[in-house]
Design a protein around this ligand. Structure first.
Ligand code: SF4
Ligand code: SF4
Length: 244
């Protein structure tokens, strides 16, 4: 990808930052930067592609829309929000980054993120790894059986699945059942001790990840979130826990 890449739907003439400010309460404080640099100091993407959050915001404030809507740096931001937490003016830089991502035609966005979003849309659990709900349940039962038989004091460990009326509905990142199934076990123990087994996994919308958000694909992001909310409601759970 080149920094000088042109996008047909890019904003021009300094209007980008204004269009983002219109979306945010109080305008996201986007024009209140003190240039203190606190955001850049803690940002994991600082220095990549010769960019950091303070510089990105300055470029936007100066109306350099071509630069901010074409820099590949926006795809290196993890959306961790650390910059907003440390900013004395609570400036919402991730929202600016998100809108800059949307200036990219979908076919030019990073293939890994787009493919993960597309895979998730094709299965009812919305697993970006493509794991079916049956496979998820099978792996959970298999690991549970192993823990019950091999770990002292864990003979009666339970992992509720599709149980009605529990307080918590727990999502699970699908990387664990697919590649590191044993890593689910500490979470089960924490949930059982912390809630008195008052939680459940579900067959629908069970995967915690949502790459459609990172892909800046609003429509698909919303579709996935709606499926997950419905899954929680269908099981009558009161609280949705997403470990992502
Ligand atoms: S949200 Fe993005 S810009 Fe802000 S600290 Fe995290 S990686 Fe950096
Ligand atoms: S932390 Fe906030 S005020 Fe300081 S440079 Fe970053 S955006 Fe500007």
């Amino acid at each position: 990808m080149s920094d000088s890449k042109q996008h047909p739907d890019k904003e021009c003439g300094g209007s980008f930052i204004e269009s983002v400010a219109e979306l945010l309460p109080e305008g996201g404080n986007l024009n209140m930067c003190l240039t203190c640099g606190a955001c850049s100091a803690g940002c994991p993407a600082t220095g990549l592609e010769d960019m950091d959050p303070r510089k990105f915001l300055r470029l936007a404030a100066l109306g350099m829309d071509e630069e901010i809507t074409t820099t590949p740096w926006v795809w290196m931001c993890t959306m961790c929000q650390r910059c907003t937490y440390v900013c004395p003016m609570q400036i919402n830089i991730p929202q600016l980054v998100y809108q800059a991502r949307q200036a990219w035609p979908r076919e030019d966005r990073p293939k890994g993120i787009i493919n993960s979003c597309d895979v998730a849309l094709r299965n009812p659990g919305h697993s970006a790894m493509g794991a079916s709900s049956e496979d998820f349940k099978f792996v959970v039962e298999d690991v549970l059986e192993e823990v019950q038989s091999e770990q002292e004091g864990m003979e009666k460990l339970k992992v509720p699945f599709d149980e009605l009326g529990k307080t918590y509905y727990l999502n699970q990142n699908s990387r664990e059942p697919v590649t590191e199934p044993d890593e689910m076990v500490p979470l089960w123990k924490i949930m059982n001790i912390g809630t008195g087994e008052d939680w459940t996994y579900g067959s629908n919308g069970w995967a915690a990840e949502n790459y459609c958000m990172f892909a800046a694909d609003d429509e698909s992001w919303e579709k996935i979130v709606r499926t997950k909310v419905k899954a929680v409601e269908d099981l009558g759970a009161k609280i949705w826990l997403n470990t992502e």
